[in-house]
Design a protein around this ligand. Structure first.
Ligand code: FPP
Length: 249
């Protein structure tokens, strides 16, 4: 049995979501509350990524998606962007051997052309080296916007010269950055904001949401388990009704 440890017992009764996506928000507020620099908040945020990835492996999640840098984040001050990019590059360099050790497949979604060349090359190297790992898929949204992804997909459709009858949901899904990855079952957003902020717009059509006031650096494995537990209490109907429960007339 997966869940030998006491904190996981609670999860045994329900289905574990295959795919959890997280909007990691609140690094800035976390640092402001402590009177320290925003870069310290981002550093703590990146350290917490490590903890939550570890928890995802323990829970035997199939896919963990993380919204690390949105396309709108390019509008932040230059020095903050460069600090986030440095943290990202050093975290990925440091974690690369662990991805191999733990069997994590790493992949990036988003407009990577806008990333600095050194990060792009690093990402490509890690994606290639980890392509056959199969304990967890870690999908990282970098320079990512849901609308941007849809626009890039529309351009691909036009370039393929498809006839209108050949355009369907399955075909579109195959052209998105998330090709081959099932839609998220559960989307978590930290820091008290209750919006999707351009994250996985197409893919979140039937996702469940869990919003928490916890700021990202304080989000723990225990709260991840709580979010899964809340998910298990919900009844996912995908727009259908349950047969035998409702009379229409
Ligand atoms: C949200 O907090 C966080 C970000 C915009 C960037 C977070 C990304 C990292 C720290 C990189 C780590 C990622 C990996 C995969 C290692 P915020 O600044 O929007 O917080 P605020 O809303 O309180 O200002």
């Amino acid at each position: 049995m997966y869940f030998q440890r006491k904190e996981y017992k609670i999860l045994e009764k329900g289905a574990i979501p295959r795919h959890i996506a997280i909007i990691m928000d609140g690094n800035g507020r976390w640092s402001e509350l402590r009177g320290i620099s925003r870069s310290e908040g981002h550093k703590r945020g990146a350290e917490n990524v490590r903890e939550i990835v570890k928890a995802a492996l323990e829970i035997r999640l199939e896919i963990l998606s993380l919204y690390a840098f949105s396309i709108e984040n390019w509008m932040r001050p230059e020095d903050e962007i460069s600090i986030i990019m440095d943290i990202l590059e050093s975290s990925l360099t440091e974690e690369f051997p662990n991805f191999m050790k733990e069997g994590i497949r790493f992949k990036v979604i988003g407009d990577r052309q806008r990333l600095h060349r050194s990060i792009r090359v690093l990402i490509e190297d890690i994606e290639e080296a980890t392509a056959n790992n199969n304990n967890l898929i870690l999908q990282c949204a970098l320079s990512y916007g849901g609308r941007d992804e849809i626009i890039r997909t529309v351009k691909k459709v036009l370039n393929l010269n498809l006839s209108t009858e050949d355009i369907d949901e399955k075909g579109i899904s195959e052209l998105l950055d998330t090709k081959g990855i099932p839609d998220p079952d559960l989307i978590i957003r930290t820091s008290g904001e209750q919006r999707v902020s351009n994250f996985l717009l197409w893919q979140s059509a039937y996702s469940e949401f869990y919003f928490t006031d916890t700021l990202w650096p304080d989000f723990t494995k225990e709260e991840l388990i709580e979010a899964i537990y809340q998910y298990q209490l919900r009844n996912r109907r995908f727009g259908r009704v349950e047969l035998g429960t409702i009379k229409c007339i």
